[in-house]
Design a protein around this ligand. Structure first.
Ligand code: DGT
Ligand code: MG
Ligand code: MG
Ligand code: MG
Ligand code: MG
Length: 269
């Protein structure tokens, strides 16, 4: 077919192929969720509804994009890891990033009501996205450890901060002042001695964030079949193995996690 004289504009598009053999991570993060969480009355420091909605959206992303082998989320962010051998959309970074972020954002609005039945969504939230390539398994594990360490540091700080504000009546400025220069041991101590809170007993989803992996489950469904030599139709049970994303709340910094889930990074697809 003859090309139009306009076709040349295609050449203005740039190649954005992700380097072969690297882990591709897409991280999405809520835009100005400081404001969004305030306006939608998220409980402080953690809102279980909001975190469960984030997990649900991440599962929905994985159901749509099977080349994602693992996801990790905390606060208003989620990281999606594409398998290093993935050739989805010929590894175009813009495809990876925009599909993940748009699927995530539309899911967030689509499923909002299920998680916030009493809180109408007041305006359309946005999410940013970025793509980062990690060339070695260790780099990828360190990336995920970095996000989980971030979760821990922020959550410990926020837990003490809001205890000081909500239970001791300090103003936010006073609480901030009180925590200035404290180490994590000091924060644990304040929680324990002043609020009788053992930080390690706080909900594990808040402390560790959420990891999503694929898990094989047996799915049993009923099917009506008609055998050629029988007059009547009959109902039979059909069992098939289905891959399903499952959410875990556990430590991913120590080797134990990777030893337990060796196939996650080694599988070819
Ligand atoms: P950004 O990402 O630069 O557009 O700006 P923000 O405001 O989204 O900043 P970010 O992503 O660094 O921080 C996440 C904000 O979301 C932070 O202000 C706290 C809020 N947030 C996240 N999860 C919760 C929650 O469970 N409860 C409450 N109250 N706030 C939360
Ligand atoms: Mg944000
Ligand atoms: Mg930010
Ligand atoms: Mg964030
Ligand atoms: Mg198209």
């Amino acid at each position: 077919m003859a090309k139009s004289k306009f076709e040349y504009v295609r050449d203005f598009e740039v190649q954005d192929t992700c380097l072969q053999n690297c882990w591709v991570v897409v991280r999405v993060d809520g835009r100005n969720f400081h404001r969004f969480s305030d306006q939608h009355n998220f409980t402080k420091p953690n809102d279980a509804r909001a975190l469960l909605l984030m997990n649900h959206c991440a599962k929905s992303v994985m159901e749509e994009i099977k080349d994602i082998c693992l996801a990790y989320g905390q606060s208003d962010e989620y990281s999606f890891v594409f398998h290093r051998k993935s050739n989805w959309y010929k590894r175009r970074a813009s495809k990876f990033m925009t599909h993940v972020v748009s699927q995530f954002a539309s899911s967030y609005v689509f499923y909002w009501n299920e998680f916030f039945p009493e809180q109408p969504i007041l305006y359309p939230p946005g999410f940013d996205g970025r793509v980062v390539l990690y060339p070695s398994e260790q780099n990828l594990k360190d990336y995920l450890s970095w996000r989980q360490a971030d979760c821990h540091i922020n959550n410990l700080y926020n837990t003490v901060f809001w205890a000081l504000v909500q239970k001791s009546g300090l103003t936010p400025a006073q609480a901030q002042d009180r925590l200035k220069g404290t180490l994590s041991g000091d924060k644990n101590e304040i929680l324990f001695s002043e609020f009788n809170i053992n930080y390690n007993n706080e909900p594990v989803m808040y402390r560790k964030g959420s990891v999503i992996l694929w898990n094989k489950v047996n799915e049993i469904s009923k099917k009506v079949i008609k055998l050629p030599h029988e007059a009547e139709e009959k109902e039979v049970e059909v069992c098939r193995v289905r891959n399903q994303p499952v959410v875990l709340h556990c430590d991913i910094i120590n080797d134990a996690f990777w030893e337990e889930h060796q196939n996650v990074l080694s599988a070819e697809s």
